[in-house]
Every structure is written in structure tokens, then in C-alpha cells.
Design a protein around this ligand. Sequence first.
Ligand code: KIV
Length: 278
Amino acid sequence: MPCPPLKSRIKIMSSFTIHDFLNRKNEGRQITMLTAYDYPFARIVDEAGIDAILVGDSLGMVVQGLENTLPVTMDEMIYHTKMVTRAVKNAMVLGDMPFMSYQTGVNDAVANAGRFLKEAGAAAVKMEGGAEIADHIRAMTKSDIPVMAHIGLTPQSIHRMGGYKVQGKTDESAKRLIDEAHIVEDAGAFSLLLEAIPMSLAKKITEELTIPTIGIGAGPYCDGQILVLHDVIGLFERFVPKFVKKYANIREESLRAIRTFRDEIDKGIFPSEDQSFK
Ligand code: KIV
């Protein structure tokens, strides 16, 4: 029996790639990103035409109900990333390196980042940090693992930063962030995520770098934007940062549906003959 063409038998790779990140910057077209953590939502995000999906360690807060992202483990990240890559046809999937998966050394960073590509089917990883992760980025890119760096508000450093605070507000800290942006670009990062920094600073970094910047709470002058999916669709109410725009209220809609289901059982309306077998 003739073999079906290779492309129809296995998913080789997503259609959006790290090269499209760079092309978009050069063309002046925005890159759209969202987080997703499971199969049904990843399908929806992909179908909606979002360019890239980050399986963020924010899942610790919005899925697992934790106080912060620090307890999230590599195995949990792999578990969620597998569900996302299984769902996606076009979007590029990035796995987020959780706390202590790379801070312990360059070798750990390469090994753990490699798991995202090898076991979970991601195309790249994201990692929080600037100058202190330059060696990690060099080693990972040498191993063919594309890296998105992440500076500004880095939630894994919550204890050092003393909370979730806007970064780069003083001249000195702004200069440090500009330096760090150049350092991670020189180390080989294919893009840079900027979180919670003044928009004028994000504009300056975006103009100075050749790699694209993706903003979250960094204003409109970045090369692309990302938000946490559960914030965008109104599924996470515990803490809503100023930079979030809520486009739906799925929590309210789910509450309404589930309460109606409960009431209909109480009143003997569900199940009716329509939902029963003869
Ligand atoms: O973990 C995450 O979802 C992130 C985004 C906030 C960018 O890092």
C-alpha cells in the first residue's frame, strides 16, 4: 500500500515560526500572542488566528489556584504543554521555563528547555531574566532551542522585587533594562518579552533592538502583544492588573448556565424526553 505523504501522517511543525516573528517586525505587522494551558482553550485560541501561544507558568495562579508561580514544576509544565501542542494547527507554541528549572545552572537550563521541544512538542521556550541568563541563552540556542527572554516585571522574582511592581521607572533602572535587552539579544534570544514597564521605555527598547519585542503592560509601541487568556475572557477574577482588557465574561456566563442546570433538575425540567432514550 502506498504511503500517505509525510505531511498528512505527522504534524511536522506549526505554521508560525520564529522566522515569522522577525519578518513581522521588519514588515511592521503586529505579533499576537495569548497564553493557553489545555486542549479546549488552545483549540479556540488557535482557531481565532493568534500567532503564538505561551504555556505560561501563570497556570500556577489561573489554573492551579496558587498564590504565585514559584511552586510550578517542570513536569506540570510538560503536562500542560502537551495538551496545548496536541490542539494547535497554526500557532507557534512556547513553553515557559518554571522557577528553578534554569536558575540552578546552564546545563539544567538546556536539559529542561530540551524537554519542552522533545517531550511536549513546543517550538521554543520563554525564560525570565536579563544579563544573568545570557550564558543560558547562548547554550540553549547553540542546542537549537529558540529562546524568548523576559525582562521588566519578572514574576519569579516577586520576593526580590517586593511584589508585582512596574519596573524601569527611574532613569537608572530604565538604563539597566535597556542594557539587559541588548545583552539578551546579543546572547541569541529570538525575541524579548517586556512586562509592566513604562510605554516610553518599551518604545525605546523596541526601536533599538533588531529582534521583536512582545509587550504585556508595556504599551502600544512593542512589536507584538500578549495577555493571559483567563484575564481576556474573564475567567480569573482574583487579581486583575491595570494592563488587562477583558473581552468577555466567561465566569458569569458559566455561573448562569450551571445555575440553570441545577434549577432545571430541581424542577424536573431536565432531562426531558429530548434527552432520553425510547
Ligand atoms: O506566565 C505567563 O503567562 C507569562 C505572561 C504573563 C507573559 O509570563
